[in-house]
Ligand binder design. Structure first.
Ligand code: ADP
Length: 291
């Protein structure tokens, strides 16, 4: 079996190359050839054959149009283009969670604006703050590693944040104070939880991302938390994902977000799990059914 490991053409980091190295190592151990490529290798005109020598694409990018091209060419793509699109956009994932009645913090979607126009009137921020209270969390719809997530302690700060991120789309969310600086990262492959860890943020940071300086400890999930994480993965139709849960009053789990390209090196390190092997094994099983 031979697959493509599709990564972004422009973005490189030590973390990403370690993660790709893990996937390639486990693929080789399972007898799968995994060749790393970027979108630049597929600059063929639409309608021309695309990657005829490969059996699948492990899609570690958010280039949804390219993922759709592979699918149209008949290749199994994991995660699928639809799953990646739902996970990539925090507004779209929140709607998918809402549709399934999954527990999450109270969330409002900002009105859409056009890029040369921006948020010329921020009265709606006042309405949102009245509904969600203060402090309030503001999240750009597209962002990772906690870098596009902000905490506003006053209406003035919320309006200033909105002006600073204008014209990018965003949502506003109730701040889950009980979860400050910590959350639970659940790694799911297929329909199984492979690893779960509590992440603690850097001192003084409300975000708990390891990429933002946090650390992790393995945890046992409550049945409620496990059902919520598996429900989120099902809601977006992902083959594998990293689900982040916040802990509300009394430890009630709430969905924070879902990642279709989870940075799983931290979970492997802190939980001693072999997530790369689980992903490759899942792909082998799924692709075998199509061959
Ligand atoms: P990213 O995709 O950038 O990681 P998240 O939505 O996961 O963005 O937010 C980053 C971190 O911020 C979360 O892991 C969590 O620790 C914290 N956080 C996010 N939303 C809330 C919230 N509503 N209340 C409290 N903390 C939050």
């Amino acid at each position: 079996m031979k697959g493509i490991l599709l990564v972004n053409h422009f973005y490189q980091s030590r973390g990403l190359s370690a993660l790709c190295g893990r996937l390639e190592e486990e693929a080789a151990a399972l007898g799968v050839v995994l060749e790393r490529r970027t979108a630049a290798a597929f600059l063929t005109p639409l309608g021309a054959p695309l990657a005829p020598d490969f059996d699948f694409v492990l899609f570690w990018d958010k280039d949804i149009l390219l993922a759709r091209r592979f699918e149209a060419a008949g290749l199994p793509v994991l995660n699928t283009a639809d799953a990646i699109a739902l996970c990539d956009d925090k507004g779209a994932s929140a709607l998918a969670f809402e549709k399934q009645g999954l527990a999450m913090p109270k969330t409002l979607l900002a009105p859409f604006t056009y890029s040369p126009v921006g948020y010329t009137d921020t009265d709606f921020v006042k309405t949102a703050v009245a509904a969600l209270g203060l402090p309030v969390v503001i999240k750009e719809l597209f962002g990772s590693f906690g870098a596009q997530v902000y905490l506003a302690r006053s209406l003035k700060e919320a309006e200033a944040t909105v002006q600073a991120i204008s014209p990018r789309p965003f949502l506003m969310q109730e701040f889950i104070a009980a979860s400050v600086g910590r959350d639970i990262r659940v790694n799911v492959v297929g329909e199984r939880v492979i690893a779960a860890m509590e992440r603690r943020g850097r001192e003084g940071d409300f975000r708990s991302n390891i990429a933002a300086g946090g650390s992790g400890t393995p945890v046992r999930l409550s049945p409620e938390a496990e059902a919520l994480a598996l429900g989120a993965v099902k809601a977006v139709g992902a083959d594998f994902a990293g689900v982040d849960l916040l802990l509300g009053e009394g430890g009630t789990p709430l969905l924070c977000e879902i990642n279709s390209n989870p940075h799983f090196i931290g979970s492997e390190r802190y939980c001693g799990a072999n997530i790369a092997k689980e992903i490759i094994t899942h792909i082998i099983q799924k692709v075998r059914k199509t061959l």
